[in-house]
Design a protein around this ligand. Structure first.
Ligand code: CDP
Length: 326
């Protein structure tokens, strides 16, 4: 919430209360894959802010009637721990938390390829462990890399930072006092690869020039954050690649040469020659030829020649009779 702008936030040398220049980010540290149970996770430290991001999904949505037929529903849950601020924060979800959850869900929806997972939900939990101004922006930056860690396809990462007015000067990355006492607060979510603004809010009063300057400064800051996000993702995946490479190729140290002395030839099995005497030729099996069946010649049937019919020659007619006939 922007203040009245009367508090001295910039000294004569042009330095801010924490010693930064007007266009300087707080130190940022991003770690990927910090939560074992989440599909993707990240921890961001931006100045004194400490925020955890956990991504679950795509998964089935309950109640089912809330599911969208053509795309995944992106649900972001921004929560502040009771111990994250000086005054104990009520554990019940506040209106502020609900509003931040909604605008972060919208910002993430604009870069996720939601149409790839119809009727599902992708849940992004942001837990603020320590707050020091600009937690929604730091949370969005962390959510973006946690989604990448979960393997959710995206058009690009979102890099987010707040720009504000401190003593009428445009300053980058507001911390808690600047956020409370400054006269303007402009949280910005920007995708450098798409050159698109996915989140913009404005609290306080900016002149047109101040707004344009704030927008340019915010984009410049987002581009710097983008480099840190990419580095964090690369670090994690190059570590995995090295691990895998180590598993495939055993290191030289592990390959110990066996000292020659130790190489004992396997004792040849003694082949005892069998004394010749003992070599008894296996008795040849008597091959008994099967007894030839006595082929008895079939007794020749006595072929009795049929008795020659006695051919009785016709009695010769006496020559005498012939002569008589004549
Ligand atoms: O954190 P962000 O700037 O995105 O949101 P804000 O509503 O502008 O809050 C600015 C800061 O106020 C937070 O970062 C906290 O440090 C502080 N705050 C608090 O002390 N107690 C709350 N219940 C909410 C915010």
């Amino acid at each position: 919430m922007a203040g009245d702008g009367t508090t001295q936030l910039i000294d004569e040398k042009g330095k801010r209360l924490d010693g930064r220049k007007l266009d300087e980010l707080r130190p940022i540290e991003i770690k990927i894959g910090v939560l074992k149970n989440a599909d993707g996770s990240a921890e961001i430290r931006m100045g004194k802010n400490i925020i955890l991001a956990a991504v679950y999904g795509p998964r089935e949505l309950h109640p089912k009637h809330r599911a969208l037929p053509n795309r995944a529903l992106i649900q972001c849950f921004y929560r502040m721990s009771t111990f994250s601020v000086n005054d104990r924060k009520s554990p019940a979800p506040s209106r502020r938390e609900k509003e931040i959850s909604m605008i972060l869900s919208n910002a993430l929806t604009s870069v996720i390829l939601t149409e790839k997972y119809p009727r599902t939900t992708i849940d992004v939990y942001l837990q603020v462990l320590q707050a020091d101004g600009g937690t929604r922006c730091a949370g969005l930056t962390a959510a973006s890399v946690a989604l990448a860690d979960a393997g959710i396809p995206m058009k690009g990462l979102i890099s987010s930072v707040a720009v504000g007015l401190a003593n009428d000067k445009v300053v980058l990355d507001l911390f808690d006092i600047e956020d409370q006492k400054g006269s303007g607060d402009l949280p910005l979510g920007y995708s450098p690869i798409l050159d698109e603004v996915s989140l913009i809010q404005l609290d306080g009063v900016f002149t047109l020039e101040q707004f344009e300057e704030a927008l340019h400064l915010g984009i410049k800051g987002a581009k710097e954050i983008y480099e840190i996000q990419k580095l964090a993702l690369k670090e994690k995946y190059s570590a995995i690649r090295n691990e895998v490479a180590d598993e495939i190729k055993p290191s030289k140290k592990e390959v110990k040469e066996v000292p020659k002395e130790e190489v004992k030839e396997a004792p040849k099995k003694e082949v005892k020659e069998v004394p010749k005497e003992e070599v008894k030729e296996a008795p040849k099996k008597e091959v008994k030829e099967p007894p030839k069946e006595e082929v008895k010649e079939a007794p020749k049937k006595e072929v009795k020649e049929p008795p020659k019919e006695e051919v009785k020659e016709a009695p010769k007619v006496k020559e005498k009779e012939e002569k008589e006939d004549e």
